[in-house]
Every structure is written in structure tokens, then in C-alpha cells.
Design a protein around this ligand. Structure first.
Ligand code: ATP
Ligand code: MG
Length: 223
């Protein structure tokens, strides 16, 4: 169980808090969804949970234990918006092995199969993959570390319709084994997965019911 309570975060350069008294609970095996207007604090929320920023107030726990930033970086796999822009490897194989001194035999293949890239050549250049395949590769990179919590910033942004629903299906699958928190401007795409949903606006996080999830005009077409 991932549990935030009373989290407040104000970067030195901001006039006010970007996250203000944010609390949420998300258990493993569940998909969580955060929607809301551009500038509401969604990306910042993922950065704070993922240990890239430290809240000045409040706690972030996993299974009851308060975690430091370092522990959260270990616990969480964070997939940024447009992850394909940050690929560093010259090949799919290299991209997956970056940062791993050694990997168990077969681990790379196992993770690729998990994201539906089982047939993919490890020698392919990441830029040559389709948009959906690139998103899958970015997920595979995180899954190699087997994080208990997956954090995704706008995982469906910039994909065409069919590919979006593929990615949504994959995230639903991955959420069966871990806690998955998705930030999105398109919450209605995820409605069939019956996610636990919140709206983040002006740094305040509030639960959103299913009806609001399916009809969220305020969240569309921004950002
Ligand atoms: N390091 C920082 N210094 C100053 N202001 C910041 C910093 N980080 C975030 N902010 C401000 O916090 C607010 C929330 O930003 P954030 O990127 O989290 O929004 P978002 O909900 O992800 O927006 P979008 O939907 O457009 O991606 C913005 O007003 C942003 O300018
Ligand atoms: Mg954002």
C-alpha cells in the first residue's frame, strides 16, 4: 500500500505550494488515476512520490513504513511524458541494459515479453520502433528493476487511437501485480479498468467518482 498523508511541496522558486496537503492511498493490484488541469501539479506529484523531490511536510509510506527519497527512487519506476525522447541506447538491447551491471540470463527477454515486445530484435534502434512500441520499451526499462510502484506521466499522449487502447490494456495488466499511478488528460480512456481516481487542481487532490471520470471536459485538450 502506497500512502501519502498531508504532503506539501513548494519549490524554492514557486510563489505558493505546488502540492498542498495531498493525501492518497493506493494498494498494490490497483490502478490509480490522477487527472486535472494543466499546471495542477500532476507531474510534480509523480516526482515527489518517485523520490526526485522532497516534500517539506507530510509523509510517504509503503506498507506502513515512511520512506526517504532514496528508498522511493528504489521502490518506484517513473516513466516520464514522451519517454521516447530520452532513449540513450543505440539499440533496444543497450537501452534495456543501461545502468545494470549484470542481469540474470533471460531477464531482458522476459521483460520484453511482458510488455508485448517478445518478437522484438534487441539490435533494433529504439527510434525505429513505432510509437506504441517505444512506450512499451520505456515500460520494459522500468520493469527490469521490478518496481513495486509504477508512476506514469501521460502514457497515452501523442499516440493514435488504436495504440492508446493497447497501452491502456497493458497498464491494466501491469496493475494486477503492483501499484500503478497514471497521470492523464484522458481519464475516460481508462474508465473500463475501474481505476481509483483523483482530480488534482491548484495543488489540491480530491477523489473523483466514476461518473466524473467518464465525462471530464475540464481535463481535455489542455497541457
Ligand atoms: N521547480 C519548480 N519551480 C517553480 N515552479 C514549479 C516547479 N515545479 C513545478 N512548478 C509549478 O507547479 C505547477 C504544477 O506543475 P506541474 O508540471 O506539476 O503541472 P501538471 O499538472 O503536470 O501540468 P500539465 O498537465 O501541463 O503537465 C506549475 O504552475 C509549475 O509552474
Ligand atoms: Mg505534467
Amino acid at each position: 500500500m502506497l500512502e501519502l498523508s498531508g504532503v506539501r511541496y513548494q519549490p524554492a522558486t514557486a510563489a505558493g505550494p505546488v502540492l498542498d496537503d495531498v493525501s492518497l492511498r493506493l494498494e498494490a493490484g490497483r490502478l490509480g488515476l490522477v487527472a486535472g488541469p494543466s499546471g495542477g501539479g500532476k507531474t510534480t506529484l509523480l516526482e515527489v512520490i518517485g523520490g526526485l523531490a522532497e516534500p517539506e511536510r507530510g509523509t510517504i509510506r509503503w506498507n506502513g513504513e515512511v520512506l526517504s527519497g532514496r528508498q522511493r527512487r528504489w521502490l518506484c519506476g517513473l516513466v516520464f511524458q514522451f519517454p521516447e525522447r530520452h532513449f540513450l541506447g543505440l539499440t533496444v538491447g543497450q537501452e534495456l541494459r543501461l545502468g545494470h551491471r549484470r542481469l540474470e540470463a533471460g531477464r531482458v527477454e522476459q521483460v520484453l515479453a511482458r510488455v508485448g515486445l517478445g518478437q522484438q530484435s534487441l539490435r533494433q534502434q529504439p527510434e525505429r520502433l513505432s510509437g506504441g512500441q517505444q512506450r512499451r520499451l520505456a515500460l520494459a526499462v522500468q520493469l527490469l528493476r521490478d518496481p513495486r510502484v509504477l508512476l506514469l506521466d501521460e502514457p497515452t499522449a501523442g499516440l493514435d487511437w488504436a495504440v492508446r487502447s493497447e497501452v491502456v490494456g497493458l497498464l491494466g495488466d501491469l496493475a494486477k501485480e503492483r501499484a500503478v499511478l497514471v497521470v492523464t488528460h484522458e481519464p475516460e480512456l481508462f474508465a473500463a479498468l475501474e481505476p481509483l481516481s483523483w482530480r488534482l487542481e491548484g495543488g489540491r487532490l480530491n477523489p473523483m467518482d466514476e461518473k466524473a471520470l467518464r465525462t471530464m471536459p475540464a481535463a481535455r485538450g489542455q497541457g
